[in-house]
Design a protein around this ligand. Structure first.
Ligand code: FAD
Length: 481
């Protein structure tokens, strides 16, 4: 390895923290020498799903531009980080390597190995907390165990006081020179080409740090007031849609926390809304806490008694659910919103997931995999934690016997049918009264609205009442908790 000199670069290794703001690793690198930024697309830890990979491409392109404006080159390469990071550090004669921590088991294993290899080669290596408000292992019960229930987890997390203030981007930063530019984002093949199915995603999102900040400002100005009341309404713009930005670390939870509490301090009438929103950020923290305690959360039932659950195997039903052709409008609207935009409203995620595991009695893991492939915010912690919550097999889960009725959920949370009409246009002309239950509408009403069940829109693939009874019977067959 070349000896470190005054011009030896400090590497900042970007992973799930694709931002310059509130980035402790970038700040540390800026203070340690000319900076070389690095991103490694490693098959072991990169998102596998098509929608999340599309997002990653946009986010890396935005970060490349953001860093270039500060004179810092971003080198992007594909391959195993275990060997590539030490190789690059050696090749450029780096003096130090910095990164912000990640928390999935494969990522921790990779990072630990690299840290040891770099330290053994005499480099300074430092990692920082930046993606979560609380390191998953720092919030514990009185006996030092991980929490299994959200409310005491969140109470314990908050007992330590507010999170640290967000850090501004480094004021002075010198980019490393003489670095060979890598092949760039486009060479990674992250975006779909033939067919290019990403039109709906492009129309819906602006990946990158600037898009994240704009989304936060918009939410503070137009969404926060009324959030606690309206957050379950998919027909309104009442939620932040920050999830993919948070997933890729384009904005930090610290920045969000302080922006929110600042806003609420200036307008006390927002206190309830702000508190509710922060608790949702808390659910994100709790998901990572669970994943850290149980690294195979996406494969294994958190409650082992669910191992005996008699799941159906029915590819036709799974396909109908995936394509939004179940005959239940709120479920179909959600699944089509997901396919088109890469995102689905939280209430509808719950209803659609419940329909898969309870009405169709398909294994929650099949649903988790579909979401992982199609969500732009697909997250190794929140996705399995929420699927297990809905399935009843998870930590602090919804009780299995609470089974969503998709018709009543639709009528309650999409009362004027705006959401269903947007995503299931073939039902648009049905009167509100029948919109969420087209199969019960009088034939003449359906005919007048141009709806022919089984032709223009499917008849229900299961009868909810009967499916509910069968699901409860299957649950009753499980060993008791
Ligand atoms: P807001 O209501 O504005 O909430 C703000 C932030 O809080 C979100 O951006 C998110 O980071 C966090 N948050 C909110 N609800 C939850 C929750 N239940 N669990 C964890 N974090 C939460 N969220 C993901 O980020 N990635 C996933 O892969 C994911 N999969 C899910 C699967 C199922 C079956 C269900 C029911 C929920 C899933 N969620 C997932 C949680 C939730 O649906 C999304 O975080 C939320 O809809 C994102 O929209 P938003 O940013 O407008 O949320």
């Amino acid at each position: 390895m070349p000896a470190a000199s005054a011009c030896s670069p400090a590497i900042v290794w970007f992973r799930d923290d694709l931002r310059c703001d509130d980035n402790p690793a970038l700040r540390a690198a800026a203070g340690a020498g000319p900076v070389l930024a690095l991103h490694v697309l490693d098959a072991e830890t990169a998102p596998a799903g098509g929608a999340a990979r599309w997002w990653l491409a946009g986010s890396l392109a935005a970060l490349t531009a953001e860093l270039a404006a500060r004179g810092v080159p971003l080198r992007i390469i594909a391959g195993p980080a275990r060997s590539l990071v030490p190789e690059i550090a050696r090749a450029v004669g780096a003096r130090a390597v910095f990164w912000n921590r990640r928390y999935s088991a494969p990522a921790i294993a990779i990072d630990t190995g690299i840290k040891a290899a770099l330290a053994a080669a005499g480099l300074r290596v430092e990692s920082f907390a930046a993606s979560l408000l609380h390191e998953p292992w720092t919030v514990t019960t009185r006996t030092g165990a991980p929490f299994r229930v959200f409310t005491p987890f969140w109470r314990a997390a908050r007992a330590g006081g507010p999170p640290r203030l967000p850090l501004p981007p480094p004021e002075h930063i010198t980019g490393a020179t003489g670095i060979e530019p890598g092949p760039g984002v486009e060479a990674l093949g992250l975006r779909p080409v033939r067919p290019d199915w990403a039109g709906g995603l492009r129309a819906s999102w602006t990946p990158g740090e600037a898009g994240a900040r704009a989304r936060l400002t918009d939410f503070l100005d137009h969404g926060l007031a009324g959030y606690a009341r309206d957050r379950d309404r998919p027909d309104l713009s009442a939620v932040s849609r920050l999830s993919p930005h948070l997933r890729f670390g384009e904005i930090s939870p610290h920045r969000i926390w302080h922006a929110l509490t600042h806003r609420a301090a200036a307008a006390p009438e927002l206190a309830t809304d702000a508190e509710k929103f922060l608790s949702e950020i808390g659910w994100r923290e709790f998901s990572w806490h669970l994943l850290h305690a149980m690294p195979d959360l996406a494969e294994r039932n958190f409650q082992p008694r669910f191992d005996a659950f008699p799941w159906h195997i029915d590819d036709a039903a799974l396909g109908a659910w995936q394509r939004g052709q179940t005959g239940y409008p709120i479920v179909d609207a959600g699944m089509r919103e997901l396919w088109k935009t890469g995102w689905m409203h939280n209430r509808v995620r719950m209803v659609a997931a419940s329909f898969l595991v309870k009405d169709l009695r398909l294994d929650w893991r099949a649903g988790e995999r579909w979401f992982a492939d199609t969500l732009v915010d697909a997250d190794p912690a929140a996705n399995p934690a929420n699927w297990q919550w809905v399935a009843g097999s998870g930590a602090d889960a919804a009780p299995y016997f609470r089974i969503f009725n998709p018709v009543l959920q639709g009528e309650k949370f999409d009362p004027d049918g705006r959401y269903v009409r947007t995503h299931v246009p073939e039902l648009a002309r049905l009167p509100d009264r029948w919109l969420h239950r087209p199969f019960e509408a009088p034939a003449a009403v359906r005919a007048a609205a141009g709806v022919r069940l089984g032709e223009t829109y499917p008849a229900p693939i299961v009868d909810h009442g009967r499916a509910r009874e069968a699901a409860l019977a299957a649950f009753a067959s499980l060993p008791s908790a």
